[in-house]
Design a protein around this ligand. Structure first.
Ligand SMILES: Cc1cc2nc3c(=O)[nH]c(=O)nc-3n(C[C@H](O)[C@H](O)[C@H](O)COP(=O)(O)O)c2cc1C
Length: 207
């Protein structure tokens, strides 16, 4: 049995490719593994808060004698960390916004990358504290970033691989829908859904 976490970050509720793919993933996974729990967290609806000074100070303290504001900041970030710890498979809907991830997803990352909880820097060498997770990133972009010179502008895949790797998570697969024209999007979604079908049965894919 696995526990699955689906994180959404598109600002769009209508016509969002990443939301359609996440919905497809959820339906197919539930059909194949009906006993598995699936938790959905909508980072856009949550309007994830920017990390603030109180939380940062608390994260870098010994955790004793925290002010009420610091305790509240830690509780807010802990809630998101708990979702990650509780689930074995993370599905991240990550549209490309201005060559990177949407601000709510970045805000989420700032809340969950916490010293002593998700990574350790105490020896001077970074060590991820999360292990055993499988991540599937569902991404969509208007342009195509497969080849130079556009590939240099893709800060979605390299960034997410870097930050997940920093936390100790290296089993990361990207499923991409690229292109602006309706036919490209439709063809991309068909290929992406085929990739999702394979991922659900444990096959490797490269989309
Ligand atoms: C605010 C915003 C910024 C965008 N920036 C880019 C971009 O830098 N490069 C790109 O190829 N597409 C860009 N797009 C297009 C989206 O990546 C594309 O519409 C994608 O399908 C969005 O994901 P969604 O359909 O799940 O909402 C942008 C769209 C929006 C709304």
């Amino acid at each position: 049995m696995s526990k699955v976490l689906i994180l959404e970050s598109s600002s769009r509720h209508q016509g969002a490719t990443t939301r359609e793919l996440a919905g497809y993933f959820k339906g197919q996974w539930a059909q194949r593994f009906p006993q598995d729990a699936i938790t959905e967290v909508d980072l856009f609806d949550d309007q994830v808060r920017f990390i603030d000074g109180d939380t940062i100070a608390a994260n870098h303290s010994d955790g004793k004698d925290l002010s009420d504001k610091q305790k509240a900041g830690v509780a807010y970030s802990d809630r998101y960390i708990q979702y990650l710890m509780d689930n074995d498979v993370w599905v991240i809907g990550a549209p490309m916004y201005n060559f990177s991830v949407p601000a709510v997803l970045k805000a989420f990352i700032d809340q969950i990358v916490v010293p002593g909880k998700t990574f350790d820097y105490s020896t001077g060498v970074p060590k991820g504290l999360i292990s055993g997770k499988r991540v599937i990133v569902l991404t969509a972009s208007g342009g195509n970033y497969d080849n130079p010179p556009m590939s240099a502008m893709d800060f979605v895949e390299p960034y997410l691989r870097a930050v997940l790797g920093f936390l100790g998570v290296s089993d990361v697969t990207f499923v991409k829908v690229q292109g602006n024209h309706p036919e490209q999007i439709e063809a991309g979604k068909i290929a992406a859904k085929q990739a999702i079908d394979k991922l659900i049965v444990g096959e490797k894919v490269g989309v």
